[in-house]
Design a binder for this molecule. Sequence first.
Ligand code: GDP
Length: 301
Amino acid sequence: MLEKGYTVWGMVRRASTETFERIEHIKGKIQLKQADLLDQLSLVRVLEESRPHEVYNLAAQSFVPTSWSQPVLTGELTGLGVTRMLEAVRLVDPGIRFYQASSSEMFGQVRETPQTERTPFHPRSPYGVAKVYGHAITINYRESYGIFACSGILFNHESPRRGKEFVTRKVTDGVARIKHGLARELRLGNLEARRDWGFAGDYVEAMWLMLQQEAADDYVIATGEGHSVRDLVELAFSPVGLDWRQYVVVDPNLKRPAEVDVLRGDATKARHRLGWAPKVRFPELVRMMVEADLARYSASR
Ligand code: GDP
């Protein structure tokens, strides 16, 4: 957004210790404003102060396993939080263009492969259930009030800035730690789960494109390629010359109460209507993440 010349405001939750590591490189160029998806008036205030033309709602309790231990909070933030944000938009300026970060987790136990905008949802976690609500309320505000509200159904998107609890980063960070002698094993859950992993940088371009169209709509954003966690592990270990079988330990405690076994998206609509296509493919993405983690540990020594 900064490269496109936007003035960017970021909404952040107050915490006694700041966790701005991932925006450190741009912190001086954006305005940060405290507000909370649980507090309706704080959202109204932040919009009144910033007067945006576009709002991207990327906020959520987004970690699937936590959604089983905190299902109500997940519903409040990931589900009702969307309604609060849409209400703030409606009150402050119904002309604001709104992007909702919907998720491939909504497809859950998939009814067909690949998944499109027309595939029925069958979420498998409280997170997926909350995202289905967020998706539906976004469409409803478009239909009820004519708000320019888009829902992007994004498949897993990764980068060196991904949180370390997600499997891609957990693996690439694990490889770097093992290579640097800081760890001897990497504990993982289900190695057979398959995901359609893309590069976050490509996906944010799609979000922006959605808000530049003449009419608001919903789009699947995916690479169309599926890979297993096992493929990911093999690809991440091989460039550093280590045999993953000697380090990866399958820990049953990391398996989920209900799993999403396979996700693979069909982004034909986005390709035709938005002219969007992913640029970075899976092997390149994994290499980029491994290299970034290796460099991070080298620098800190
Ligand atoms: P999600 O698709 O949003 O749940 O993204 P994650 O990166 O958290 O998980 C992707 C897949 O990797 C899921 O099917 C997990 O069950 C599987 N997986 C296997 N081992 C692990 C692990 O140790 N951590 C995480 N987060 N996922 C794992």
